[in-house]
Design a protein around this ligand. Sequence first.
Ligand SMILES: C[S@@+](CC[C@H](N)C(=O)[O-])C[C@H]1O[C@@H](n2cnc3c(N)ncnc32)[C@H](O)[C@@H]1O
Length: 497
Amino acid sequence: MTNVELPTAEASLALVGHLRERSPEFGALVDELADAAVALRHVGLTQWQMGRLGSSIEALLAALSLQPQSSDMWRDLASVYNASANIDAADSAIRRSLLLDPQSAQSWLILAGICDRRHDPAAAEAAYRRTIALDATIAAAHFGLGLLHFKQKAFEKAQHALSIAADRDPENGLVQACLGHVLFIRSDFEGSAQAFDAAARLGPLDPESKRKRARALTFQAMIEGSVAQALLNYPTLADGDPEDMTLIIRDAFSVLSASGHLEAAAELGRIRLAEQPDDPVRRYLLDAVSGTAVTAAPADYIESYFDRFAPQFDERLVKALHYIGPTVLFDRVRQHRTRFSCILDLGCGTGLAAEALSSGGPVLIGVDLSSGMLAEAEKKGRYTQLVKSEIVEFLTRSEARFDLIFAADVLIYFGDLSPLLAAAARSLVSGGLLALTLEIGKDADFTLLPSGRFAHTPDYLARLAASDFMVLDLIKDDIRLEAGVPTRGLYAVLQRH
Ligand SMILES: C[S@@+](CC[C@H](N)C(=O)[O-])C[C@H]1O[C@@H](n2cnc3c(N)ncnc32)[C@H](O)[C@@H]1O
């Protein structure tokens, strides 16, 4: 961290003399204010307003050398350093200010902004909260906190903070527009459109906000009435900048499915299937939102869906959806055993678990139905062998040779788990481990979700596992985000009798 160096008092007085000579107004100001430090601060602030950041810093440093106990001037200096992107110096100056006056809400607010710029979200959040504790009326603190939560994809908290910011500062169009985006992510389309309208009353909307507003109004109309009419009205709402209709229909389908508006989603699903009747993804996802009885995702759906998804899978799952399944599951395994002789990554996908798993033993085999996913897994360079196969068929063909079967986010494509668990038990050596994740369901043993994945009850797993396995470890934790909300999962480590 930079320590801000002050000039000597002599040098600062020399600067005062020099300014006096150059500017009679400055001389008059010093006489009038009878205090060189106050006059230098005034110069510093004026130069800042004029965008002359270097001169502003010079004047503020000189003022501080004459009055180093002024917390306000340290705060001014921090703000100018911040404006000039000298973050280390800004940090050092604001901390000096806070040492002198820890009760200044404005100084904590500036520290929060600096920590945010330094990519230290924990420190930024603490500083925003301190600001709010000292003065809850400061809208900028709620706004900053809301944006911080937004970046962390903590959308519920972001909505809360941005709503308070909008209440405190109703004339701020940027706050309203940000609120519109968060409400959209949280599937409150009506609230989202209202927030965008409030922003539009305060100034022109940026193109992205205009598009989101049109989508929010269209999706809300789909929920409330006819999907077909909402699609007809969309170009007018898009106000000269319509998005591709196929994109709107696809996204409306996935957003309305994920947010539980199943009637509208099913209507959209039928439109999509009518466009491409042979598409296995469209067919299966329509089944999923229509509540059709299914016991596993069909193989043609898995292949087609994951082949298309493969190139963006890592980016989307890890960055956008905060997918942590492989990491959490591998940590659970390590609590029980760290070395294995033959590991199977079941439904290995792009190999997100490969690095961790390959550290656990000399042989790592990956199996998956999707050649697109396998091609990505190959690039990771960690597998001894990659096999394209349906996983129950693969396990049924295998002899008992694995001492770890790792199944992250793959059993969710099976409703009835009994064939898979029986086949996994046969291909494990005695004492071998089966590590798996599930999405947690209620009531029925398994439920097909609108996402096309299945949720299972913990009881169901325990009942099925009892004959061949002992449960070593069972925890509930987040898996990834779904419609902006964390999906709770079950992480289990079972040991073969
Ligand atoms: C959500 S991805 C998870 C990939 C990986 N395990 C991970 O955690 O990143 C699910 C993977 O399981 C595969 N899969 C699903 N059902 C399958 C089946 N019946 N047979 C083979 N692979 C399957 C898919 O192709 C996809 O690659």
